[in-house]
Write a protein that binds this ligand. Structure first.
Ligand code: HEM
Length: 650
């Protein structure tokens, strides 16, 4: 099965036909391999189901002239056309009953007794009356030059909302149907675990909240969720502002010097600095600090990524970690981080012991509003490995995701200057030149819609992973215990069956006076933060963090892809990353004078039902901006989906 790893590792050009237009005004082509004609779907708010969607040319614009296309783009298109043809020709389709009897005969020939085989195949035979899940087989390794979720999208258009993807002895269920996703994530969530995800993340997250099994998860979720209460998030808003201000100062220097900047790594540093402070009150100061703990964090992150794509789990050989220089480095990095965590826990514990504050529901220590402080004040066990696992989990969960959202938001904005202008208009009007406040966040409606839409087009992560713990029915199909399942959020978010102009970056699809879109009000067609009991605990945190960052950056600068920058391509990871960074030219904005009418924003500012609500309380923390002076190379990411495949085939 090593053959599929190249598929999972090879980068994908963003300029595939499933991507937003590379240049404003150019054609968005969404081709259904089985049909290029119009289809009809039903309509719901923010999306369309019964509208006519012309799949071949969804925005009605003329195709881009051939001579202006790059060779690379033409090759991409040729490859995608070939893939579509192969899928429609049935090349990937498996005749399930044939396969079963072949398997049964094969096993019989190698001497497995008939009564054992009868027992083994009984369950499958008993499914005769049920529909069989459509099945695609794994010559998929032949499909190169794609991030894994791109071929899954092609297969979804052919096989529908649930299909089985078989690689040799192993198969995965690929789910792209909102009602099936809802059953797995919410309605019958107790029947599903995190499966392989938990196995691969064990070395870094242990039994932290993301991979935790249901027993541990229940206890820890109850402890952690209260820490992210409303007053905590309010306190974080000033932290977001201060950290972004430091990034702005750095960009200011680049703008003066006329130097292009690699935004993906800057966003990674920004969100690492924020999450370090937010989770355990630690200043990574990663934009100006390349060594020690920052490097250790990136070493561990890179290891998680590399393990997930390795053809053989060499680190599981007991002696290997003692002789491999690389593994020794990972062990040392983990030790450094754990020692630092112990130190931070000890400092925090002393603060908690000394303080006179009474613990209550919305407890916040203003000098240290971190999640760690809340947990210790609430009585969490300082010496427990569980506490460290949870802190580490939140550090990783809240870092990569937010950085990826910012990266792709700026990529999208660079392609749609009119969206950027509209955004700047709102930001100028609402925050002017100050740090955003809690009240401003309620009013930054269009900015929030830009983030909502960016998360639709680039969901982080693009795929959610589960394993069935018992037999279940998914739609009309029975499934067995032990199935590995990928819920493709990418497919859901880009489905032409669920969205008008699915590939178009169109923040206007979310009405400003409507509720903040989430999985519930979008019937599981939109899952930016997952859904059900394992939904992200940091959704409000992350939304405000990215809104503050985007607002503060666009009010000071204009951003364009730098001339001569490497093409922006996607690579597979826990989150979607670029292969060679997002190199941009940043120029200072010459703003129109700010008219002092802040009480009367041009866009509606009232908070409708369902919107995250924040109180009126003031801000905490130091607002002195610091200048960050050096850059680091772009960190790599964990590749969790490929992890899944590795674990099963390594
Ligand atoms: C834009 C940024 C973020 C995105 C897109 C995001 C997305 C998600 C998604 C989709 C899940 C569900 C995973 C699954 O069902 O398998 C999740 C879970 C989780 N996220 Fe986030 N997240 C973000 C930021 C954060 C932040 C800032 C934190 C911490 C402060 C955080 C902590 C967690 C935790 C602890 C879980 C596991 C929850 C559980 O299993 O009970 N996330 N996140």
């Amino acid at each position: 099965m090593a053959a599929i790893f190249p598929l999972l590792q090879v980068p994908s050009s963003v300029s595939t036909r499933f991507s937003p237009p590379k240049f404003p005004g150019k054609r968005v082509q969404v081709t259904n391999p089985s049909s290029s004609s119009a289809i009809h779907y039903g309509k719901t708010e923010g999306k369309s189901k019964f509208d006519t969607v012309a799949l071949a040319s969804s925005n009605g614009r003329e195709p881009e002239p051939v001579e202006s296309k790059s060779v690379e783009k033409l090759l991409d298109e040729k490859q995608n056309a070939e893939l579509s043809t192969r899928i429609t020709s049935g090349e990937f389709t498996v005749q399930r009953s044939g396969l079963l009897s072949l398997l049964k005969n094969g096993l019989s020939k190698v001497g497995i007794p008939d009564d054992v085989l009868e027992f083994l195949f009984k369950w499958l035979d008993s499914g005769k009356d049920y529909s069989k899940i459509p099945e695609a087989k794994g010559a998929i390794s032949a499909i190169r030059n794609e991030a894994f979720f791109i071929p899954l999208y092609e297969l979804y258009l052919t096989y529908g909302g649930i299909f089985r993807l078989t690689f040799g002895p192993k198969s995965f269920l690929i789910v792209s149907d909102p009602s099936i996703a809802k059953r797995i994530l919410k309605d019958n969530s107790k029947a599903y675990s995190k499966g392989i995800l938990a196995e691969i993340l064990d070395f870094v997250m242990g039994k932290g909240l993301i991979p935790a099994d249901v027993e541990v998860w229940r206890v820890r979720r109850r402890a952690i969720v209260p820490a992210l209460h409303q007053k905590y998030v309010e306190a974080m808003i000033s932290l977001f502002g201060q950290a972004t201000e430091r990034l702005c100062n750095k960009l200011d220097v680049a703008a003066s010097d006329g130097e292009d900047v690699e935004m993906e790594s800057l966003f990674s540093h920004l969100t690492l600095d924020i999450i370090g402070k937010a989770v355990f009150n630690y200043e990574f100061d990663s934009l100006s600090n390349d060594t020690g703990i920052v490097e250790a964090v990136y070493t561990v992150l890179r290891e998680a990524e590399d393990r997930s794509v390795a053809p053989f789990p060499i680190w599981e050989i007991p002696i290997w970690k003692d002789i491999s220089p690389r593994q020794k480095k990972v062990t040392a990095a983990l030790k450094l981080i754990n020692d630092k965590l112990d130190e931070l826990i000890a400092i925090c514990k002393r603060m908690v012991d000394e303080e006179e504050l009474q613990f209550h529901e919305e407890y916040v220590n203003e000098q240290d509003p971190s999640i760690l402080h809340f947990l210790l004040a609430s009585g969490d066990d300082v010496s427990s490995k569980q506490l460290r696992d949870d802190l580490m989990t939140m550090l990783i969960a809240g870092h990569e995701t937010s950085a990826a959202v910012l990266t792709w938001t700026f990529y999208l904005l660079s392609k749609e200057p009119h969206v950027l202008s509209k955004l700047q208009e709102e930001v100028d009007c609402i925050i002017g030149d100050r740090l955003p406040t809690t009240e401003d966040l309620k009013k930054l409606k269009y900015t929030t819609r830009v983030i909502n839409e960016s998360l639709r087009l680039y969901p982080q992560p693009p795929v959610l992973i589960r394993r069935s713990l018992e037999n279940d029915m998914l739609g009309k199909y029975p499934i067995r215990r032990g199935e590995d399942i990928f819920i493709s959020v990418w497919n859901l978010h880009r489905s032409p069956r669920l969205w008008d102009d699915a590939d178009k970056f169109n923040p206007e699809r979310w009405p400003l006076d409507g509720p903040n879109p989430n999985e519930t009000n979008q019937n599981f067609c939109y899952l930016p933060f997952g859904g059900g009991p394992r939904k992200c605990v940091g959704d409000m945190f992350a939304t405000f963090e990215t809104v503050v960052a985007v607002a503060m950056l666009v009010r000071r600068f204009n951003f364009q892809i730098a001339i001569g920058a490497p093409p922006v391509r996607m690579t597979t990871g826990a989150t979607i990353h670029t292969t060679e960074g997002l190199t941009m030219t940043v120029t200072r904005r010459i703003k129109p004078p700010i008219i002092p009418t802040l009480e009367k924003p041009v866009l509606r500012a009232d908070t409708p039902e369902g919107e995250p609500q924040l109180g009126q309380k003031g801000l905490v923390g130091d607002s002195t901006p610091r200048v960050w002076t050096s850059t680091r190379s772009s960190p790599r990411v964990m590749t969790l989906l490929s992890t899944v495949v590795r674990t099963h085939h390594g």
